[in-house]
Design a protein around this ligand. Structure first.
Ligand code: NAD
Length: 252
């Protein structure tokens, strides 16, 4: 477990009502940062989790909104920057598989135009719109960005071709943003393997998967990914444009 002194630091985490985003917001806040937690305004869990963390004495705020649309990202970011009086760390973590079970690679009919667009909007373009909206505040603070990618960017085993291609695009977007915002702002990403989260898409028996496919014999906990995100955001001053894979060795 990582503990940094992040007092006076300000962070915005997307997809923060659940899983990796919730664990990251919690870790940042426990290290002393003030955190704006974003999720869909239709997700009641956001209000509940913000209230729970505030009850623990943590300085967290709610910054709801759909990060897949450029106009609402401008609103989410300006709301968060006003609440926090600035921004040091942007964590682009929101994502969706858009399907309850994996779509076979040869099922081209399932990959409708609307499905492709949703995958690209939520899993790729959201990171661009959010970073664009936050660029001024991040440049001012000499802050950093961390994007949550996926090992599906490198394999053909994700929830769908469209999701995997969006995440592959996010790998390259991370590199482009890193070069575009250097030297003032660093931009990195993490690529999780399977996560023990309420993720909408089920891949079947997780214990069986861990036993047969993961060299470290277990799936990753949200808190483990959160620690990596916090490390890249706050404590890796000479690292930019990189994606750290955390998959228990699945690709070995
Ligand atoms: P999760 O479902 O627990 O959390 C994702 C959160 O994102 C949800 O609270 C959801 O409401 C929110 N969200 C979705 N669309 C949004 C939007 N348009 N605007 C704002 N919020 C939105 O899942 P998780 O496992 O914690 O996933 C976090 C990230 O990790 C995602 O980017 C996902 O692609 C990535 N990832 C997950 C897995 C996995 O196995 N679960 C594996 C690799 C990568």
């Amino acid at each position: 477990m990582i503990n940094f002194d992040l007092r006076n630091k300000k962070a915005l985490v997307t997809g923060a009502a659940s899983g990796i985003g919730l664990a990251t917001a919690t870790r940042l806040a426990r290290c002393g940062a003030v955190v704006a937690m974003n999720d869909l305004d239709t997700n009641d869990k956001l209000t509940a989790e913000v209230a729970r963390l505030r009850g623990e004495g943590l300085k967290v705020y709610s910054a709801p909104g759909d990060v897949s649309q450029s106009d609402s990202t401008a609103h989410v970011v300006s709301h968060a920057v006003n609440l926090l009086s600035g921004l040091d760390y942007l964590i682009n973590n929101a994502g969706t598989p858009g399907t309850k079970s994996p779509i076979p690679l040869d099922d081209f009919d399932a990959l409708t135009p609307a499905f492709w667009q949703k995958m690209l909007d939520v899993n790729l373009l959201s990171a661009f719109w959010m970073t664009k909206a936050a660029r001024g505040a991040l440049m001012e603070s000499r802050g950093s960005v961390v994007n949550t990618v996926s090992i599906s960017a490198y394999t053909c085993d994700g929830s769908s071709t469209a999701y995997a291609c969006a995440k592959a695009g996010l790998v390259h977007l991370t590199r482009h943003l890193a070069k575009a915002m250097a030297p003032l702002v660093r931009v990195n990403g993490i690529a999780p393997g399977m996560v023990n989260s309420p993720w909408e898409c089920s891949f079947g028996d997780q214990e069986e998967y861990a036993r047969t496919a993961v060299p470290l014999r277990r799936i990753g906990q949200p808190e483990e990914y959160a620690d990596l995100i916090v490390f890249l955001a706050t404590a890796a001053p000479y690292v930019t444009g990189e994606i750290v894979v955390a998959d228990g060795g699945v690709q070995l």
